[in-house]
Design a protein around this ligand. Structure first.
Ligand code: ATP
Length: 269
C-alpha cells in the first residue's frame, strides 16, 4: 500500500440511512474502506469487491438455485475431507469473520490466512479480526517455516505445512485464477466462491459457488448443520450428483433469463 494511503485518515462514517435502497451494499463498502486503513484490506481488494458487486446485479443480488446446489456439494466435500482448510484473505476477514469461524468449527476445518499483498502488520491485523470472531487456531502466521506450492511464483505460493500444504480439500472464497490452478496442480480439491462465473477461478475450480460471500457463508453454515450428521453414503451421493460444468452453465443460463425478463418488463412499461 502506498505511504499516502497509510497516513491518510478515513473520511468518516457517511451515516447511511437504513431505508437507502443500497444500504447493505454501502455498509459493506464502508466496512472494507475502514478496514483498509487498518491494513486488513488492500486498495486492490476494494477493486475486487467492486468487480464482484457488478456481477451480483446480474443475479438480482440474490442466491440463485445453482449456487445453492454448489453449496451443498461444497459442504459435502468438506465434510468428507480428511483435512479441510478454509483459506482467508483480507476481504473475507473483513466481510464475514464470524460466519467463517462458525463454518470452520462445524466442519472441523483449519483456517489459514493467505494473502497476496504482504504489508508489515497485515497478517496480524487479519488474525486479530478472526480471533475477535472466536477463531482459536489460525494457520499461516509464519510461526513455523512455511512450504511452497509448485506451479505458482507469487507470494501466495507460501503456505502453512500444517494447513493448505497438507490439505485435500480447500475452500477459497475470493481467489485469483493463478492460485486456483496451482492448488489443483498440487492435488487439492478446490471449492471457490466467486460472483463472476466467467473468472478463471470460477472456470478452473472443482466446485464453484456463484454467490456473494456475504450471503453464501451464513447459508453454508446452515447447510453444514443440516447435513453433517447424515450417513457418509448419503453425503457421497450429494457429491456424486453435482456436475461442475452443468452448474456453471446453469448460472449463465440464470443470468441470461434474468436479463431477458428484465428487458421484457422494461419494454412492457
Ligand atoms: P481470475 O483471476 O479468477 O480471472 P480476478 O482477476 O477477477 O479473477 P481477483 O481480482 O483476484 O480475481 O478476485 C476477485 C474475484 O472475487 C472476482 O472474480 C470477483 O467477482 C470476486 N468477488 C469479489 N467480491 C466478492 C464477493 N463479495 N462475493 C463473491 N465473489 C466476490
Amino acid at each position: 500500500m502506498s505511504k499516502n494511503l497509510n497516513n491518510q485518515k478515513n473520511l468518516g462514517n457517511p451515516n447511511i440511512p437504513n431505508d437507502h435502497p443500497r444500504a447493505q451494499s454501502l455498509h459493506y463498502r464502508h466496512k472494507l474502506v475502514d478496514l483498509m486503513f487498518e491494513k486488513v484490506v488492500t486498495p486492490s481488494g476494494l477493486c475486487a469487491h467492486g468487480r464482484g458487486e457488478a456481477f451480483d446485479y446480474l443475479l438480482g443480488e440474490q442466491t440463485i438455485p445453482p449456487a445453492e446446489n454448489a453449496m451443498e456439494a461444497a459442504i459435502a466435500s468438506l465434510l468428507l475431507a480428511k483435512h479441510p482448510v478454509i483459506s482467508v484473505n483480507g476481504n473475507v476477514a473483513a466481510l464475514v469473520p464470524d460466519d467463517i469461524v462458525e463454518l470452520a468449527e462445524i466442519l472441523n476445518a483449519d483456517i489459514e490466512i493467505n494473502i497476496f499483498y504482504q504489508a508489515q502488520g497485515r497478517i496480524e491485523a487479519i488474525s486479530s479480526i478472526l480471533k475477535k470472531a472466536g477463531a482459536k487456531n489460525i494457520l499461516g502466521l509464519g510461526d513455523i517455516p512455511p512450504k511452497s506450492l509448485s506451479h505458482i511464483s507469487s507470494n501466495r505460493r507460501i503456505v502453512d505445512p500444517r494447513g493448505i500444504y497438507s490439505a485435500d480439500v480447500v475452500l477459497v472464497p475470493l481467489e485469483d485464477g493463478d492460485r486456483t490452478e496451482a492448488l489443483i496442480e498440487n492435488g487439492k480439491k478446490v471449492i471457490a466462491i466467486d460472483l463472476n462465473p466467467l473468472s478463471r477461478t470460477a472456470q478452473k475450480a472443482n466446485i464453484t459457488i456463484v454467490d456473494n460471500i456475504i450471503r453464501c457463508i451464513p447459508r453454508m453454515v446452515k447447510i453444514a448443520e443440516r447435513i453433517k450428521n447424515l450417513e457418509s453414503e448419503k453425503i457421497k451421493v450429494i457429491i456424486h450428483n453435482f456436475n461442475q460444468k452443468k452448474n456453471l452453465d446453469d448460472c449463465l443460463e440464470y443470468i441470461i433469463n434474468f436479463l431477458q425478463n428484465l428487458m421484457e418488463k422494461t419494454n412492457s412499461k
